[in-house]
Ligand binder design. Structure first.
Ligand SMILES: [Zn+2]
Length: 72
């Protein structure tokens, strides 16, 4: 058994599992509606307080107001 290739596999496996854990975390955050707290229109962060009050909010207050007044 070549020790160095065994070690390389070990490192590769550790790196892969770290990447997988990260991907799973990102996917879960996406499903939970976290990690996408950006305004659809201007790309600004939507304040946590606004998201807590209105979890479905996809725009910041300014863009939401403009969207609603433009629609109505
Ligand atoms: Zn906005």
């Amino acid at each position: 058994m070549d020790f160095s290739s065994e070690r390389a596999i070990e490192i590769a496996e550790a790196a892969t599992s770290a990447m997988t854990a990260r991907a799973i975390h990102a996917a879960k955050a996406g499903l939970a509606g976290e990690g996408c707290a950006e305004c659809e229109d201007c790309g600004d962060d939507i304040p946590a307080a606004r998201r807590a009050a209105l979890p479905s909010a996809r725009r910041c207050v300014g863009c939401q107001t403009a969207f609603e007044s433009g629609r109505g």
